[in-house]
Design a binder for this molecule. Sequence first.
Ligand code: SF4
Length: 422
Amino acid sequence: VLKVVENLGVSYVRGADSYKTKLEGELRRLKFPYRALAEDDYEARRKDHISHFILRLAYCQSEELRRWFLQQEMDLFRYRFSQLTDGLMQKFLEYANLPFEAISEDLKNELTNDLCASTPGLILPKVKEQMFYKVGLADAVDLFRTRRVFIKDGFAYVPFKEIDAILLNNYRTKLSKALALTARSLPSIQSDERLQPLLNHLSHSYVGPDYSVQKNTGKISLEQIDALSMKSFPLCMRQLHRALRDSHHLRHGGRMQYGLFLKGIGLTLEQALEFWKKEFIRGKVDADKLACFLLSGCPFRHSDPELLKQKLQSCKIPPSGITQILELVKGMHYQLACQKYFELTHEVDDIGFSLNHPNQYFTESQRLLNGGRELKKELSNSGNSQQKNNNQESMNSNLTPTSSNTTTDTELEGLEAYFTED
Ligand code: SF4
């Protein structure tokens, strides 16, 4: 959820209608109980609380993690609070035990002109409808610094619609202190062997769908890969495919990544890919290594900007698109840069999902290209498909492990042989 919040915070203006609509859609998709208070769903709230506190433990460990966590939690809080009705907002203030006192009608009448003059966007008749809170200056720093509230005798008179700024400040201070305290008690928590592995990996582990279990198995054959690589592969896998085609060789890390990716998109040929199984398919842990933020070969993260520009030009991305992508890369928003690449290569305005995994890119691409249907079998290079089938068959027989000591390298050569023929 927080990763989604981060992505949307970069692509949209926080608080704008488009941001809210998009975030609502994403939270629904992730089944996040974002209206827990409104729905009064105890179980949902309990889960929300537990996950928040687990993340506190995982993200208190360094200054950088703390800053990231704070920022995303603040954005999520702002959105959730904005979704509450006035009644629920009031209930929340009481529930959170915030000592903001609503001023009496008499005092409001007395101060009407001052309140109206000092509160931007407020007209006289609206003052009567609006509830005002008397808040200590320390809690309203942002508001009086930007001259948005009336101040008298050391108190700010804050209209209800501005109370979220105060709440956010308050929340930031509390959460920041809590994270520092948690960090201090971390050594004793880490001695608990049940928690330690979880905490060590949570901040840098992939928690999205497991693409090593693929529904499309059997719907893709090797002969389709060239065409698919042009249309539906993310840039990282397109690069690996090209490198294998051009130099007939991939370094070990690249082989691992490409193997996992191919398995994830549903490549079969049981015998031909026996080596993938031996080499790459060791279950979820290995598949997780393919998550975008862990991938060592992500061109957006690891390429020199000039080189990336050339790569994008060779993919026929228009100059304005290249500029946008390079801007995102400069801001270290690598996955958003890849999302932009997706939008440009698929000619859509909005990618409609939050990218975390190369196989997700492929699946979404196919869904889009096939009009929302399941992956369809499409044969490329139909002219020489017979020849390829023959090659494939011979490759299958070449690669059938005839004894338990068949080496993965021999098998790899077989598969690479496939890629070397044009
Ligand atoms: Fe590949 Fe992910 Fe990088 Fe895109 S963001 S190029 S899918 S690793």
